[in-house]
Design a binder for this molecule. Sequence first.
Ligand code: PHB
Length: 388
Amino acid sequence: MDARARPLLLAAALLASTALPAQAQAPKLKVGLMLPYTGTYAALGNAIENGFKLYLTEQGGKLGTREIEFVKVDDESDPAKATDNINKLIKRDNVDVVIGSVHSGVAMAMARVAKQSGTLLIVPNAGADAVTGAMCAPNIFRSSFANWQPGYATGEAMAQRGHKKVVTITWKYAAGDEMVGGFKEAFQKSSGQVLKELSLPFPNVEFQALLTEIAASKPDAVFAFFAGAGAVKFVKDYAAAGLKKNIPLYGTGFLTDGTLDAQGADAEGVLTALHYADGLNTPRDNAFRLAYAKTYKLQPDVYAMQGYDAAQMLAVGLAATKGDVTKKAEFAAALRKAKIDSPRGPFTLSASHNPVQDQYLRQVVGKENKSIGIASKALSDPGKGCSM
Ligand code: PHB
């Protein structure tokens, strides 16, 4: 080498090495996505991940100055595997925050571990009342709903529409039990009568015997909770059994959300209540829907919206703590006073960290769950048993 070039090279090397610390950034924030990627709720898990990542992309790939690294686990909507799955994320993968899950039984196991370990948990769907009730904790938040909320709102709407005698049908686990519980509370307040409570184990879809029982009970309406692939089959079987013509079908909005392409004409007219709807036509929702459709070539649904808002909530906490999730008190304080600019409409969190939100009454028209009004305004889950 030319001797005269050496000092130049040295200077360049020096510059490069001194430039490094200035560029050095906080390590990436490790986000554990614990969601169902297989089984009856697979589409729901994917939509949540899509929504979460859409918000992240809109923020230039960072939340509150931190770049994000994902660790994914397929929880299979299996509560029996949930404790092991979240422990792996926390202990083996050292995630800073966990986002999950869809199934209430899985989420309860996750909340138990999060409460003990202090790991930050944001629940982007599962409605298990206890997660923001008896199991509530300063480090546990929900971007979705408590099961009681859409159940209660649907019960109010059904009573208001003049129904008196109803049969309920659902999968037999926390989500179904608690949505039916919320439904009954509102419906019976208006002197409505529940003729029969039918159920089958999750995720079974052999509905025939139960549909025969519905016909024999002669209710003036049916209240149902099913979701994902199971909801597709239930709505189709209900119509095929000839019940749709005579006994109007209602449910929490999961019955027809993200499912309309597969349900087709069999879903037409079904009435549901939920904290999201198609055709809200607000600038915020229109922007979200356009960006989602452009990115994924799919229409967003309630699950995508909840994933998006889980990312927004994480961003609020990270902004307040300058990216340091170990500052738990500051993180929680920021979210407690935040107004989340959600596509569903702005919402705040209750004292137990569950969204306080309007419940829309929706009717299926073609491929849309069209909002036809508000079933319950600013509905807050009571958060029974929460003290923190
Ligand atoms: C739940 O298990 O909490 C659950 C699952 C799917 C839904 C809604 C709630 O669509």
